[in-house]
Design a protein around this ligand. Structure first.
Ligand SMILES: *[C@@H]1O[C@H](CO)[C@@H](O)[C@H](O)[C@H]1NC(C)=O
Ligand SMILES: *[C@@H]1O[C@H](CO)[C@@H](O)[C@H](O)[C@H]1NC(C)=O
Ligand SMILES: *[C@@H]1O[C@H](CO)[C@@H](O)[C@H](O)[C@H]1NC(C)=O
Ligand SMILES: *[C@@H]1O[C@H](CO)[C@@H](O)[C@H](O)[C@H]1NC(C)=O
Length: 412
């Protein structure tokens, strides 16, 4: 009863100030070109990896055939470098016809036929970051209409080549223009990342009312240093960021790089666990044609996805730090919790750590809790408030726990 009324209250609060296009009540999941494929337009010498309809189609095929769509990864998104260098005679953006010979509407049809959604990219400014035509204040409406006519389902709106004044006008205007098309289009705003990600320059109340998700901080790169830098920034600013997120409006720490070159197996788990705690969009940027079975198993971990997609939509936070260990916690619906213990240390030995539900402040259910190890996919046992929880956390790795009241019967 207590939790039911809490949920209703939170839902009502969310309804008051979230972009009302009905989309992404839980964080979006999918795949995007940028981190892995950048602005590779060289289809002559690298035909399999250039930004083209072939790349998008082959990823859509994999998403549908290899289990990705069925666990929730549904958006397949094109980032920068898809368009021609000139608008057409009607002032419309047009795809590069050598790389997208069938056109965007046909590509959207292809993707939709696979049960997936198509995302596209544009930039509030004179040019995109890669130097293609941008969306200026006077072309916002026509661009929104063009994207809707192609039946795209998501727009990432970047912020190169414009100043703060233009961004402050353009981002809300694009939100209205998308709404005006009548087509529900997930609206991903890069705006805060260009303004340092923090108040007073960033107004998260306003963002929540015009965008479905937003990049707060710099681009992810294919390295553990980059992942750690992002994690540290979110921890440091969590008091501002945590309340900004909720159903329909999510902080976006950027793409998942599991399956690429830069992360070890342990580090891949760490990125995934913290992104799940942060209620972050799970947007991969990797090669689904050649991805290893290990990486695929991590990305398709059902309990991890269940945690990320929790209906309460409450972003978790860093609750304590002991030496190189960080304890992160997220409250879920029905009195459930997720806890991640991250070892930022790089000194060889797995680090021992002991805690308890009492120390984690998970004590509402006096009968105790069942605990699962998310990555080991194993039931650990029943725990009461004072029962010690012992673990060893690998260097740059994580222990990720799912904690559920004994009365509930969730089996991973
Ligand atoms: C447009 O906004 C109105 C009011 O917030 C909302 O009811 C409607 O669903 C929106 N439509 C689309 C297509 O986003
Ligand atoms: C921002 O750019 C616009 C258009 O170029 C210009 O008119 C305006 O003065 C600029 N504002 C600032 C604060 O630089
Ligand atoms: C932030 O935006 C909201 C909604 O648009 C507005 O009501 C509020 O006054 C803004 N806050 C500040 C500090 O500008
Ligand atoms: C423990 O949890 C309760 C209920 O969720 C909360 O009111 C309280 O502030 C928490 N205490 C600490 C130390 O986190």
């Amino acid at each position: 009863m207590h939790f039911t009324s809490l949920c209703i209250l939170l839902t009502l609060m969310a309804l008051c100030w979230c972009l009302d296009n009905g989309l992404v009540r839980t964080p979006p999941m999918g795949w995007m070109t940028w981190q892995r494929y950048r602005c590779n337009i060289d289809c002559k010498s690298d035909p399999d990896n250039c930004i083209s309809e072939n790349l998008i189609k082959s990823m859509a095929d994999k998403m549908a055939d290899s289990g990705w769509r069925d666990v929730g990864y549904t958006y397949v998104s094109i980032d920068d470098c898809w368009s021609q260098k000139q608008r057409d005679s009607n002032g419309r953006l047009q795809p590069d016809l050598e790389r997208f010979p069938s056109g965007m509407k046909a590509l959207a049809d292809y993707v939709h036929a696979k049960g997936l959604k198509l995302g596209i990219y544009s930039d509030m400014g004179t040019y995109t970051c890669g130097g293609y035509p941008g969306t200026t204040l006077d072309t916002i409406k026509i661009d929104a209409e063009t994207f809707a006519s192609w039946e795209v389902d998501m727009l990432k709106f970047d912020g190169c080549y414009s100043n703060s004044t233009e961004k402050a006008l353009g981002y809300p205007k694009m939100s209205e223009a998308l709404n005006g098309t009548g087509r529900p289009i997930l609206y991903s705003c890069s705006w805060p990342a260009y303004e340092g990600g923090l108040p007073p320059k960033v107004n998260y109340t306003q963002l929540g009312s015009i965008c479905n998700m937003w990049r707060n901080y710099g681009d992810i790169q294919d390295s553990w240093d980059s992942v750690l830098d992002i994690i540290e920034w979110y921890a440091k600013n969590q008091d501002v960021l945590q309340p900004a997120a909720g159903p329909g409006r999510w902080n976006d720490p950027d793409m998942l790089i599991t399956g690429d070159f830069g992360l070890s197996y342990e580090q891949s788990k760490s990125q995934l666990a913290i992104w799940a705690i942060l209620a972050a969009p799970l947007i991969m940027s990797n090669d689904l044609r050649t991805i290893s079975q290990d990486a695929k198993d991590l990305l398709q971990n059902r309990l991890l996805i269940y945690i990320n997609q929790d209906a309460l939509g409450k972003q978790g936070s860093l609750i304590s730090q002991v030496g190189s260990l960080e304890v992160w916690k997220r409250e879920l619906i029905n009195g459930q919790y997720a806890v991640a213990v991250l070892n930022k240390g790089t000194d060889g030995l797995p680090r021992p750590y002991t805690t308890s539900l009492g120390l984690l402040n998970i004590t509402q259910c006096t009968d105790g809790y069942k605990m699962y190890n998310v990555f080991e996919k194993e039931y650990i046992g029943m725990f009461k408030s004072g029962t010690p929880i012992d673990m060893r956390v690998n260097p740059t790795g994580v222990i990720f726990l799912f904690i559920s009241p004994v009365s509930r019967s969730y089996m991973p």
